[in-house]
Write a new protein. Structure first.
Lengths: 144, 79, 144, 79
């Protein structure tokens, strides 16, 4: 099973894993992005993902198809959260299953790397200091 | 021509605007972003990393036509 | 949390994932080895792992420690089944959590690669034809 | 000297033996495996991939001493 979803609800990792169950597959690789309690020296209390869904879903599905064609895996699926999240929640999960493990690792890594670079999804962190910040925008400003 | 511009995330907060419709002669998204940066000083500190036209990812030198909707995306989270 | 276990019971993947939960970690990578329904053209009905536990556990723990030191990840844990298993059961699971994803992928792959090469664990496949075979022993015989 | 030998998985099935105690002058696991292969024809088709001495992974040229327990491991599954 292949696909890409955006959800405002807590991600159920077991459901994703079941999507990818396949008796012809001996290998399953999963990546979770968890909400970290710190970033660049600041204590993070919670975070928020802004997602432009029409394009995020279109590009997300493209990335999944690219990974399947490029690495020859059987199944790949990813789910990304939108909205406010608490610490230790799952922000994104990617699962890949294939007969052997090497291509499953490669495909899973490709999907999360491409997703982070290409999807119109922005992360805002809320800090213990009371500040909130769009992640990466300080750095991008300094490279203008 | 008329172009609809949408700002996301940090761009929306920097400009205070989600959507605006511009009467412009900008031929490309790159020229349009320069024009928007001139109008909204807050954008001058950012380089947009991604742009979409009519809900398709685009490049900065695509030709714009009347009625296009241009989406300016600040850099994505990166991980 | 770090560790390595051998179990004769079905592996509970959620338990493993909970072992590795860590609020300082933004990345979690998991590898599952699933029982495939075929191998080298034969239909597999079920399989059996023979494990020499005293040494498998000692070497397994060493591999975990090596991965942590080599890639600088925070947590790593692996569980391997022993005994008879049915199709689609989990034969082995490896989980790694760390602040960033690159080292989590590398460490997870290192652990499963080393485990497959170094642990005294042997797989016997039972085929639809009625045959049963220790995996890899045909090939090893031909390379004497 | 007396050496206890243990066979695992395919080796145990090939020899029909799980454990035997040998009176031997083999100085190393490599020499001992040759000796065992001479006694159990079925082993001649196999190259052992891993060996352990007294529950520690070992190499084939380790010195054996009286009372050692040597574990012969057929190649592992490999994945």
């Amino acid at each position: 099973m292949n696909g890409f979803e955006i959800t405002g609800q807590p991600i159920d990792v077991d459901t994703l894993r079941n999507y990818l169950a396949d008796r012809s597959c001996g290998a399953y690789v999963q990546f979770d992005g968890w909400v970290r309690d710190h970033n660049e020296g600041q204590q993070v209390l919670r975070l928020e993902y802004e997602v432009y869904e029409p394009l995020a879903i279109k590009e997300g599905k493209r990335i999944i198809i690219e990974a399947i064609e490029r690495f020859g895996v059987n199944n790949a699926y990813a789910i990304h959260r939108s909205g406010l999240m608490e610490l230790s929640e799952v922000a994104v999960v990617v699962g890949v299953s294939s007969p052997h493990r090497s291509e499953a690792f490669d495909a899973c890594r490709y999907i999360i790397d491409q997703a982070k670079a290409r999807l119109p999804i922005w992360k805002k962190e809320y800090y213990a200091s009371g500040d909130a910040e769009w992640v990466n925008c300080q750095r991008c400003a300094s490279t203008v | 021509m008329n172009i609809k511009v949408r700002y996301f995330a940090a761009f929306r907060e920097a400009t205070g605007i989600a959507t605006e419709i511009l009467e412009t002669s900008a031929a490309t998204p790159a020229a349009l972003f320069s024009e928007c940066s001139a109008r909204h000083a807050a954008l001058q500190n950012y380089s947009a990393s991604l742009v979409a036209v009519n809900d398709e990812m685009s490049d900065w030198e695509t030709r714009l036509t009347d009625g296009d909707e241009v989406l300016f995306f600040p850099p994505v989270a990166g991980g």
